[in-house]
Design a protein around this ligand. Structure first.
Ligand SMILES: Nc1ncnc2c1ncn2[C@@H]1O[C@H](COP(=O)(O)OP(=O)(O)O)[C@@H](O)[C@H]1O
Ligand SMILES: [Mg+2]
Length: 351
């Protein structure tokens, strides 16, 4: 007579391919039911939405159950984005926001804002709740990219309401500015703005909050990394040596401040020929991937240089909302979601 215990025993060594720990230990197998006639059903609760490794998990589970007298195996799937659990920290953890992901770079103009926005959109296309905070107070570019400069509404609780667009909740310093005046605030004032972005914006419940940072390693980066528990940082770079050298400084800053590096994205990686779709790599192929290996951080993927992407963003249409470009961002976002699960698991292990 087949029992639940037999199932548990048979699959005890099946690991999550990304985290490298047994599914059972991670609490990812639920609702095991053994019915009459050898029918078995169970639910796998994935820690990332649209997990690219679903098939691997399915095959592994099926393989491990082969020796048992099972007539029908019914595997159900579910996803529950995890946040950091456990641990005592000096840094502030936001109760309603499971994961805060900082998107940084060394150099300006490498497409950090473009990547932050489109990654956020790609994550939201996986049916999870995503916010985007444009924390580039010196040059907020999100309002232009999403085609809205409207001042935010104020809720009855006197909170700023984020803009709902492209499946995201969006807040930008640009929504609060009334003119094109340059921002000449000093460190302590910037500190206040960042805190307000967290405490005075009605974000609701979010699985991921993507934060678009200004270039470099300044006050905003410091306030955010020392004041708040970040799940990790994503570094955007272009394949030129100058850009990657400065990107490395950004990366080291996050590491020194105890922020895990979730991965590196190579933007403006290649040109796709409009006639034959052959890829041309003007700065050499695979450079950032190699750097990521040397720096022992994950590589998340590459985004092509497409003139239309620039034009679209100037008109308020993010590339990830269009089928032509969606796949580039979806692939990168899937890998990012995987690395977020890994970072959360590692954090729990250490604490
Ligand atoms: N992959 C790309 N293809 C075409 N244009 C791009 C690409 N990435 C960024 N851009 C354009 O380059 C400019 C700088 O990008 P932005 O995201 O504002 O950079 P950053 O935030 O790093 O300063 C913008 O005009 C943007 O539309
Ligand atoms: Mg920017």
């Amino acid at each position: 007579m087949l029992t639940e215990q037999d199932i548990l025993e048979a699959i005890k060594d099946v690991k999550d391919p990304e985290i490298g720990k047994p599914l059972l230990e991670l609490g990812m197998i639920r609702d095991i039911k053994v019915l009459d006639g050898g029918k078995v059903s169970l639910t796998v609760v994935l820690t990332t939405p649209a997990c690219p490794l679903k098939d691997t998990i399915k095959n592994d589970v099926t393989e491990h159950l082969k020796g048992l007298p099972i007539t029908v195996l019914d595997i159900q799937w579910n996803a529950q984005v995890t946040g950091r659990q456990g641990g005592v920290s000096q840094k502030k953890r936001l109760p309603n926001i499971k994961n805060v992901i900082a998107v940084g770079s060394g150099k300006g103009g490498v497409g950090k804002s473009m990547c932050a926005l489109n990654l956020a959109i790609a994550l939201s296309q996986m049916n999870v709740r995503v916010g985007l905070l444009d924390a580039d107070v010196y040059g907020p570019s999100v309002p232009k990219m999403v085609g809205s400069y409207a001042h935010p509404d104020i809720s009855p609780q006197k909170k700023l309401m984020p803009l709902n667009k492209h499946g995201l909740k969006i807040m930008s310093f640009g929504f609060l500015l009334s003119s094109e005046e340059p921002v000449i605030w000093r460190g302590p004032m910037l500190h206040g703005v960042i805190n307000q972005f967290f405490s005075d914006v009605d974000w609701g419940e979010l699985d991921y909050l993507v934060v678009d940072l200004p270039p470099g390693t300044g006050d905003i980066q410091l306030t955010l990394s020392t004041g708040y528990e970040l799940t990790g940082a994503v570094i955007v770079t272009t394949p030129q040596a100058v850009a990657s050298q400065i990107a490395y400084k950004g990366l080291r800053m996050f590491q020194k401040l105890g922020v895990p590096i979730l991965g590196i994205i190579e933007n403006m990686s290649f040109l796709a020929c409009p006639h034959c779709s052959e890829r041309v790599y003007p700065f050499g192929q695979g450079k950032t991937e190699e750097l990521a290996r040397n720096w022992t951080v994950p590589y998340l993927g590459e985004i092509p240089l497409v003139p239309e992407i620039s034009a679209l963003h100037d008109q308020g249409t993010p590339a990830a909302t269009l089928p032509t470009y969606q796949s580039y961002f979806l692939e990168t976002a899937r890998r990012l979601a995987g690395q977020i699960s890994v970072a959360n698991f590692n954090f729990t292990l250490q604490t």
